[in-house]
Ligand binder design. Sequence first.
Ligand SMILES: NC(=O)c1ccc[n+]([C@@H]2O[C@H](COP(=O)([O-])OP(=O)(O)OC[C@H]3O[C@@H](n4cnc5c(N)ncnc54)[C@H](O)[C@@H]3O)[C@@H](O)[C@H]2O)c1
Length: 277
Amino acid sequence: MGSQLRDRFSARTAIVTGAGSGIGAALARALAEADAIVHCVDIDAAAAARTAEAIGGTAHTCDVTDAIAVQALVDRVVAEHGRLDLLFNNAGISFLGETEDLTLAQWDAIIDVNIRGVVHGVAAAYPQMIRQGHGHIVNTASMGGLMAAGLLTSYVMTKHAVVGLSLALRTEAADRGVGVTVVCPAAVDTPILDKGQLGPVRGRDYFLRGQGIKRPVDPDQLAAKVLAAVAADKPYLVEPRQGRIAWRIGRLSPALANRLATRFVRQQRLDAQETLV
Ligand SMILES: NC(=O)c1ccc[n+]([C@@H]2O[C@H](COP(=O)([O-])OP(=O)(O)OC[C@H]3O[C@@H](n4cnc5c(N)ncnc54)[C@H](O)[C@@H]3O)[C@@H](O)[C@H]2O)c1
């Protein structure tokens, strides 16, 4: 951790949602290493407590789909510290498989966590940041928020929403002293890669092969890059390099990206069939 990062984050008050696991836990660790005051939030109380205990932070059990609970959490942190410097809207879920297998309850769940969860964080924290004249909101989207391949359709939809919200809000927030950064990783080595499977398509294979990545990104390395991106007030962080290349191809030729994604989905179905026999 460089001294510049420590200067930027030392004694800053941060809330991290989804801090009980994966990227959120890594963000909490990186912030603590930079001497920030870290509030670790998760729907899983034990997981939030584990992360907080390891870094000397404070654990909060909170479901980001509950707007009143998110507002109460932000109010508590502001009452304690007099301000909220950083909000990491990071909690998220995914469903992987054929869209016809997704129930309406699952559509609602992913919209509630991945979109409304971020909206609740913004609605609670942004007015406070405007009042104090500074702050930074960091939303964890995904490469799936920049590109679109099927079998992950509901997730891609929610992450496009998070990218749109983040980039639009950033332009509004700039003149109010508030920064916004959206984090768009491809596969990161966390438990989410093995969650939310609706059928035989396997998450780890899907996420790695979708971006042509050999190894998933290490969450701690990603977290360090996130803090550097926030310190530099970058609009985006897209990781790893293969992800940035795929994104560039997608921008140069959306039609080509769509053809490649269609071929990828076809191959994923064939591979899934093979694992069944
Ligand atoms: N791992 C990847 O490959 C990858 C890639 C791109 C984006 N992301 C995004 O990164 C974020 C973090 O994912 P991760 O990979 O660390 O997954 P993870 O499953 O390891 O962690 C997600 C955490 O969010 C918590 N959570 C889920 N629903 C919640 C709710 N309603 N309220 C509060 N907490 C809740 C979970 O309990 C869990 O601790 C997600 O938004 C995910 O979509 C992950």
